[in-house]
Design a binder for this molecule. Structure first.
Ligand code: ADP
Length: 592
């Protein structure tokens, strides 16, 4: 490019000089030739219009038979004025028939009958007009003048071979060629100089542009001149600066996006129009339980669902849900940069397992509530109906029994409704904990005392083993006692008569704990994870019989969690169940 610019400059200069010289040369040479031609004819007309000469030429002398000789003698006197030298400019005298009578050095044989001569011989002899026309293109100039001398007519013919003018033009040509060569040398030198001053900054600019193209923005290009190239360099520096800033911003944005993609919990996968992977984050691979590599295609990841073409043609986005092992994934698929080069489809994966589980639980809960309330209601209704239908006819003890069932069932309903209200208050967080500091030791002791009689009734051996000096804790005493009571009464309920129930309590690392360990029916392995769910009961009939609602442990867990404590099932080898309750000594806000 550099070279070509250089060459272009040289070529332009050379062509400029050459065309200039050719035009000037042609103009000069033409002017000189024209000048000579004009000069020749004006010289001729000056001489031949001289009245003296005309008189001498037209007046016949005594020996008239020698008229041509006479004419020649007269004209010899004017040889200087006519420029006739016998070599370059020759004088001929012809008679009216065109026969050459007088010629220099006997050159008559070579005489050419030119247009002017023919004109003078034909028309001129009659009209007296001279043949005096010539053109620059001819290599001679001539004039033929008809002269009437007495009875005879003659043609004075002067022929110039243009040697003088040709010599001059030749010399001029040599001069022009010399000037051309000189001009060319100067122009080549000048073009070198010019190209140097123009090309060097362009060269620098090119180098700078190449550096910028490679991403090196560290150096600015020096602005040397104030001309257009200087302005261009300045503008280029500005542009490079702006480009660097924009690139930094883009890089920043990309880093931000990368970090976002990397750490976001939702999965993101992008595909090209052809279904090739463009981008994916670790969450996507984790959620799809599949390794994602550069070779992974849309079909590999999402077979059987909406096809890529459908996603690309979608107006807004498509939604799909699919199950991957035990997880439910919601897929939002949308096209991006539609109709543009480089567009494709974006798939965002959202784990909705918890949502689905919650929905399922809510459905189950509503079904459970309806079921739990319907059973006592049906009972109440049927017993009340029987009582109404047989009013006054039933034995009084039977009536009493029926009324007792009705009362019992209403109590159960009240119980369920109360429990549900408690749970709903927890759910809506309307229930504030009434925190007070009270003795954990005393609380455990109170529970022990409260259930002691009940345990006795069932022939259970109830023991209490407490570490000495248990601290006072900050908690909602009533709620904590409710939890403790639930755990202990469950142990009594679900342990066949004559069982062993041991209560332990102690403190560790800022927390107090209580374990209630029984040797009752225990909980089958598969039910253990669900034991704290609402209405969940291993044996519904047994629970109902003992007045249970299946809500006790879920309420207990809510209370404990609100205290930022823990309630867990312990693993044990022997039959029965062991539950551990753990609470912060310093209350729910401790360690936040
Ligand atoms: P319920 O009112 O039915 O007792 P809970 O929520 O207190 O409801 O308990 C839920 C279920 O857990 C009970 O129905 C029972 O099947 C089981 N369960 C609770 N404690 C024990 C225990 N100590 N031994 C055996 N099963 C228990």
């Amino acid at each position: 490019m550099l070279r070509s610019l250089h060459m272009k400059l040289v070529m332009i200069m050379v062509l400029l000089i050459m065309s200039l010289m050719i035009v000037v040369g042609a103009f000069l040479i033409n002017s000189v030739t024209a000048f000579y031609l004009e000069d020749f004819y004006s010289q001729m007309s000056d001489v031949f219009q001289d009245p003296l000469l005309y008189h001498d030429l037209t007046t016949p002398a005594s020996e008239e038979e020698n008229g041509a000789q006479q004419l020649s003698l007269v004209l010899d006197a004017y040889a200087g004025e006519l420029g006739v030298d016998g070599r370059n400019r020759k004088l001929y005298i012809l008679d009216s028939n065109g026969v050459c009578l007088i010629s220099p050095d006997g050159a008559a044989a070579q005489l050419n009958y030119t247009e002017n001569l023919t004109f003078a011989l034909t028309t001129g002899l009659e009209t007296g007009q001279s043949g005096d026309e010539s053109s620059l293109a001819l290599d001679y100039m001539d004039v033929a003048i008809p002269i009437r001398r007495g009875e005879e007519s003659y043609i004075i013919y002067i022929l110039d071979n243009k040697a003088t003018s040709n010599d001059l033009t030749d010399q001029m040509l040599v001069l022009i060629v010399e000037a051309l060569i000189f001009g060319l040398v100067i122009s080549i030198l000048l073009s070198f100089l010019l190209s140097k001053t123009m090309v060097t900054p362009i060269q620098k600019l090119t180098e700078g542009a190449m550096r910028v193209a490679e991403g090196d923005f560290s150096r600015k290009i020096e602005v040397v001149s104030q001309d257009e190239i200087g302005v261009l360099t300045d503008t280029f520096n500005d542009m490079a600066g702006q480009l660097r800033d924009t690139l930094r911003q883009v890089e920043n944005e990309r880093n931000k996006l990368d970090t976002l993609f990397l750490h976001m919990t939702d999965g993101v996968v992008a595909f090209s129009r052809e279904g090739r992977l463009i981008h994916s984050n670790p969450a996507a691979a984790r959620m799809l339980r599949q390794s994602i590599g550069p070779e992974t295609t849309y079909e590999d990841l999402f077979p059987g669902g909406a096809a890529l073409d459908q996603v690309l043609a979608a107006d807004d986005h498509l939604e799909e849900e699919r199950q991957v092992r035990d997880r439910y994934l919601q897929l939002l698929m949308a096209p991006f940069d539609r109709g543009r080069e480089g567009g494709g489809a974006l798939v965002v994966l959202h784990d909705v397992t918890e949502q689905r589980k919650n929905e399922e639980m809510r459905r189950e809960f509503v079904a459970n509530v309806s079921h739990e309330l319907r059973t006592p209601l049906t009972n109440i209704r049927s017993y009340a109906e029987t009582l109404t239908e047989n009013a006054g006819e039933m034995p009084p003890d039977m009536e009493k029994k029926f009324l007792g069932v009705i009362l019992n069932e209403s109590d159960r309903m009240t119980h369920i409704v109360q429990d549900l209200l408690t749970l709903s208050r927890f759910d809506s967080e309307r229930d504030e904990l009434k925190l007070t500091r009270f003795s954990f030791e005393e609380a455990v002791q109170d529970i022990y005392n409260a259930v002691y009689m009940e345990a006795q009734k069932h022939d259970h051996t109830l023991t209490l083993d407490m570490e000495p000096g248990l601290p006072a804790i900050l908690a909602d005493r009533e709620r904590v006692l409710q939890v403790m009571m639930n755990i202990v009464s469950n142990a009594i309920k679900y342990t066949p008569d004559g069982g062993h129930i041991d209560i332990y309590a102690g403190t560790r690392r800022g927390r107090v704990w209580m374990i209630v360990d029984d040797d009752g029916i225990g909980i089958p392995e598969e039910d253990r994870p669900r034991i704290f769910e609402r209405f969940y009961r291993v044996d519904k009939a047994r629970s109902r019989q003992s007045g249970g609602t299946g809500l006790g442990l879920s309420i207990a867990r809510e209370i404990v969690e609100r205290h930022r404590g823990r309630i867990t099932l312990l693993r044990k080898e022997s039959p029965g169940l062991a539950i551990r309750l753990e609470l912060n000594i310093e209350g729910p806000d401790y360690g936040r």
